[in-house]
Ligand binder design. Structure first.
Ligand code: MV4
Length: 446
């Protein structure tokens, strides 16, 4: 087992990893930028090293500085968290080449599954339902047009180097497809250095359901059931919950079994999430695999009682998973609301500034993961998410009521937050009656 782990991230996920490491008796090395200097959460690490100025491209994304900090801090392993370098296969490779264990998948598996078209081909081979679409990369627009004629509009042009909604273009007819295809290739080339695109029929108004998995180096692959992330706005998840209210037990079993099959087929190890879209008839289709721990992982921890960060570290340390699939059951219902520093009255634009009063909720079944506090200044340089409120209830209705109670007691002054909008969603009949779909928020709240 490792003695010291460097956490190559910041904010709430860095704190989340410090906490589990402390419980495991593992020392931690924190890295911070000038903008994060003096942040209280850094004091929960055993050592903290400044790696540069505020801009992520000059600090948290600087691979050489992260590696140097790991050397100075005498770490044996590096945890990337989410975002930043967490899905950068080159970073994972450099960590291992520099003799630091990377707490995540192999860089080969990360590269292979990070290529969305390759991942889709692997899913097809593993017998996982995929959306009707092209059989690989499409070279020219005429091929796209003839394919779209075959399986019908609307269609999505997707950049193979994209993901998370980036490099995606929707086309409702041949004319828009011709433009969308060329634009998607150009945008992908500019954004990712790879303009390759593939085509999929667009599943209209889908639900977004993902399966949490973790695999060790001994062939054990375990799922922690699904999370429903349908409540999103512009590809930003707002509310996540488990189990999904949009699927029945039969679909759940089939979806989780499919996700396990894909991870086994790909030889993937450590934590990963397989994303599906689900149509109105509960048909589910593979979309992509996320090769990292995700923001919403506490939802799965809450219904299963598993510490996913601990399991990641155990797998990276070449230990067997400390649990079997038979030991994992869904207990009750969990809901997570992301708390963002943004102004609901101003189209939810990020709203950095100094927090002058901060009183988060608590009580039975309430967990609040956050690195901020009264006196903390929310930086304009980073993501506007300042915390995640996770609640547990025996039933979905109980979890909704508990979340409404928790959000209502939240006291924050000095900045504006997304708390009021979260309350509106939780009180909305479409959410309460589980009639939501991915574009509901954009349609309902202009
Ligand atoms: C789709 C889809 C419907 N049909 N693919 C791609 C990025 C991933 N994170 C979600 N993506 C989707 N892929 C097909 N063939 C619906 C989504 C999707 C979505 C698409 C547009 C706007 C918001 C969305 C939210 C969740 C899922």
């Amino acid at each position: 087992m490792f003695q010291r782990i460097l956490v190559a991230n910041r904010g709430e996920i860095a704190l989340r990893i410090f906490r589990t490491c402390r419980e495991m008796g593992i020392e931690t090395v924190a890295v911070f930028s000038e903008a994060d200097r003096g942040s209280a959460y850094l004091d929960l690490a055993d050592q903290k090293i400044c790696i540069g100025p505020a801009r992520v491209s000059d600090s948290y994304l600087k691979i050489d500085r992260i590696i140097s900090a790991a050397e100075i801090g005498n770490a044996q392993a590096i945890h990337p968290g989410y975002g930043l370098l967490s899905e950068n296969a080159h970073f994972a490779e450099i960590c291992r080449a520099s003799n630091f264990e990377f707490i995540g998948p192999s860089h080969e598996a990360m590269a292979m599954l990070g290529d969305k078209n390759t991942a889709r081909g692997l899913a097809k081979k593993a017998g996982i339902p995929t959306v009707p679409g092209s059989d690989g990369i499409i070279d020219d627009v005429e091929e796209a047009v003839s394919l779209a004629k075959k399986f019908g509009y609307p269609v999505l042009v997707k950049a193979t180097a994209g993901g998370g909604g980036r490099g995606m273009r929707l086309a409702y007819d041949e004319e828009t497809l011709r433009n969308a295809f060329v634009q998607a290739q150009q945008e992908a080339k500019a954004a990712f250095g790879n303009g390759d695109c593939y085509l999929e029929k667009y599943i209209e108004n889908p639900r977004h359901v993902e399966v949490q998995l973790i695999a060790d180096h001994f062939g054990n692959v375990v799922h922690l059931y699904e999370r429903d992330c349908t409540m999103q706005r512009r590809h930003q998840k707002l509310i996540e919950e488990s189990p999904s209210p949009h699927i029945g037990q039969k679909t759940r079993e089939a979806m989780c079994a499919a996700a396990v099959r894909l991870v086994q087929a790909a030889g993937y190890t450590n934590a990963g999430t397989i994303e599906f879209v689900v149509d109105n008839d509960e048909n589910f289709y593979f979309i992509e695999l996320n090769a990292r721990i995700q923001v919403e992982h506490p939802v799965s921890e809450t219904i299963t009682g598993i510490d996913l960060i601990r399991a990641q570290i155990q797998v990276a340390s070449n230990e067997k998973l400390p649990f079997t699939q038979k030991e994992i059951a869904i207990h009750g219902h969990a809901i997570e609301c992301r708390i963002n520093a943004e102004d609901p009255a101003n189209n939810f634009t990020p709203c950095p500034g100094k927090i002058t009063a901060w009183l988060p909720p608590g009580g039975l079944g309430v967990r609040f993961d956050s690195h901020v506090h009264a006196g903390y200044t929310v930086s304009p340089h980073y993501d506007s998410m300042i915390g995640k409120l996770i609640v547990h209830g025996d039933t979905r209705d109980e979890a909704i009521e508990r979340m409404i109670r928790a959000l209502s007691e939240f006291r924050v002054e000095g900045i504006k937050t997304s708390v009021s909008r979260q309350l509106e969603i939780l009180r909305h009949p479409v959410f309460r009656e589980a009639r939501g779909y991915t574009s509901f928020i954009e349609k309902e709240w202009k």
